[in-house]
Design a protein around this ligand. Structure first.
Ligand code: COI
Length: 358
C-alpha cells in the first residue's frame, strides 16, 4: 500500500459484541455485520470527525439528497487471515483508485488515502476475530459514501458521509450459475455511469434479474445498449469466455465496471502465457463457438464472487449447456491461484497483498 500520512481517530469499542452469537458455519453473503464501523463526515470542504464506533443505525434527514437522486458510490473488498496469523487485504490501492474514479463521475469528493487505508487497517485489526476460518469465506469490507445534504434540489451535495463496515461472508454464489442473455433491458450505455460503482447500476439490474430468476436463471448476461449484439457484463460481475484456448473478455468501453478481479485474472493469465483478448465479444461469436464445440468456458468475475462459472447460457428459447466444471482447467486454476494469493499462500509476486502492521 502506498505511503500516506497516518490519521488519528478515536475508537469506541462495543460493549455488546455479537461475535459469540454468530454461526460461522452457515454464513451467507451480506447477512451479518461485524461489531464496528468507520465513519467520517465531509462538510464545507473538510473531512471532520473520523471515528470507529460500534456498528449501528445512522440517522439522516428524509430530504437526504442521496435517498432521492442516488449520489452514492461503494466498494467491495476482502480481508483474510494468513496461515501465520497475519491480517491481509487484497489490492486496497486498486479499490481506492476505482472508488475515487467513481466519485469523480458522481461529483463526490475524493476520499483521502489516509482515511481509506487507516480505517481499513484499524477496522480489520479490531474485528479480526470476525474473519471466518471456513474455506471460501472472508471478511468483506464495504466502504461507501453518500450525499448527505438535507436538500431536494438536484445538484452535487455539499455534505457527505464516508463509512466502512465489514461482514463475514461465504461466496456470493453457491456453485455455478445459469444465465440468460438479456436483449431488452440494458445495464448502462456509453457516456452513462456504467463504469462507476454506484447504486443506480444495481437498481437498474433488479427488474431484469427478477424476470430472469422467475424463469429459473440466477443471472443475466448484459448486452450493449445500442444493438444488443455484444456482451458487456454478467449480472454484477465482469464476464469472460474461453474459446479455442483464448481467454476473451469485453474491453472496458466506458459502460463496463473495471473489475479488480478482472484485472487480477488478466494479469495472471498473461503471465502464464495464456492468449488474452480484451475486445468486443459478440453474442453470435459465442453461439457459433458453442455450436462448433470451441466454447470451453464462460465465467463471471468479481470481488464478492471471485470466479463463478456459468453452467448454462439461455438464448432465444435454447439452453447452451457448457462443459462440466471439473474439466475447465483455466478457470479452476485461476480461481485456486487467486484464493491462495488472497489467503497469503504462495508468492505475492505482484505485491497485491497488503499485510496489516501488527
Ligand atoms: C462485489 O463483487 O464486491 C460487488 O460489488 C458485488 C456486490 C453487488 C455484492
Amino acid at each position: 500500500m502506498s505511503a500516506s500520512k497516518a490519521v488519528n481517530f478515536p475508537i469506541e469499542r462495543t460493549q455488546h459484541s455479537r461475535l459469540s452469537e454468530t454461526d460461522f458455519s452457515n454464513l451467507e453473503f451480506g447477512t451479518v455485520n461485524s461489531d464496528h464501523m468507520f465513519v467520517v463526515d465531509y462538510k464545507k470542504g473538510e473531512w471532520v470527525d473520523p471515528k470507529i464506533i460500534p456498528f449501528q443505525n445512522i440517522s439522516v434527514s428524509p430530504a437526504c439528497s442521496s435517498l432521492h437522486y442516488g449520489q452514492t458510490v461503494f466498494e467491495g473488498m476482502k480481508a483474510f487471515r494468513a496461515p501465520n496469523g497475519d491480517l491481509l487485504v487484497f489490492r486496497p490501492e486498486k479499490h481506492l483508485e476505482r472508488m475515487n474514479n467513481s466519485n469523480r463521475r458522481l461529483c463526490i469528493p475524493e476520499i483521502p488515502a489516509e482515511y481509506f487505508y487507516d480505517a481499513i487497517d484499524a477496522l480489520v485489526k479490531l474485528d479480526q476475530d470476525w474473519i471466518p476460518n471456513q474455506e471460501g469465506c472472508s471478511l468483506y469490507l464495504r466502504p461507501f459514501i453518500f450525499a448527505n445534504d438535507p436538500f431536494i434540489g438536484v445538484k452535487p451535495s455539499s455534505a457527505y458521509k464516508f463509512m466502512i463496515f465489514t461482514c463475514p461472508v461465504a461466496g456470493y454464489y453457491k456453485g455455478t450459475v445459469k444465465v440468460i442473455i438479456e436483449s431488452d433491458f440494458v445495464r448502462a450505455s456509453p457516456g452513462g455511469i456504467g463504469a462507476a460503482k454506484t447504486g443506480g447500476n444495481y437498481a437498474a439490474s433488479l427488474l431484469p434479474a427478477k424476470l430472469a430468476a422467475d424463469k429459473g436463471y440466477q443471472q443475466i448476461l448484459w448486452t450493449d445498449s445500442k444493438e444488443h449484439k455484444y456482451f458487456e457484463e454478467s449480472g454484477t460481475m465482469n464476464l469472460m469466455f474461453v474459446i479455442n484456448d483464448v481467454l476473451i473478455t469485453p474491453s472496458l468501453d466506458g459502460s463496463i465496471l473495471p473489475g479488480i478481479t478482472r484485472d487480477t485474472i488478466l494479469t495472471i493469465a498473461k503471465d502464464w502465457g495464456v492468449k488474452v483478448e480484451e475486445r468486443r465479444v459478440s453474442v453470435e461469436e459465442v453461439i457459433t463457438a458453442f455450436n462448433n464445440g470451441t466454447l470451453q468456458d464462460a465465467f463471471g468475475t468479481g470481488t464478492a464472487a471471485t470466479i463463478t462459472q456459468i453452467a448454462e447460457i439461455h438464448h432465444n428459447g435454447k439452453d447452451m449447456v457448457l462443459p462440466p466444471v471439473a474439466g475447465r482447467t483455466l478457470s479452476n486454476k485461476l480461481n485456486q491461484t487467486i484464493v491462495d494469493l488472497k489467503n497469503g499462500i504462495g508468492e505475492d509476486k505482484y505485491n497485491w497483498v497488503h499485510r496489516i502492521k501488527k
